[in-house]
Write a protein that binds this ligand. Structure first.
Ligand SMILES: [Zn+2]
Length: 69
């Protein structure tokens, strides 16, 4: 399972969660149980998951970077 980072707009806390994609979409804040938004980390999530070290996070050539907006 991938590790996702979230931020809560209500109380401002940040936390990481190891969860599936369906759980990720329903993630809530552990403090206030509010709806949270996902934080994109500096490095390429796809590269991190696949264990690749060549991607610096802005290559836009891999699925991890290419899906970032
Ligand atoms: Zn919160």
């Amino acid at each position: 399972m991938p590790l996702y980072e979230f931020r809560c707009p209500q109380c401002g806390c940040r936390f990481e969660l190891l969860c599936s994609i369906s759980q990720r979409d329903n993630a809530v804040c552990p403090k206030c149980a509010g709806k949270v938004e996902r934080v994109y980390q500096g490095k390429c999530a796809f590269g991190a998951i696949k264990g690749a070290s060549g991607c610096g996070g802005n290559c836009s050539g891999c699925p991890g970077c290419g899906s970032r907006t």
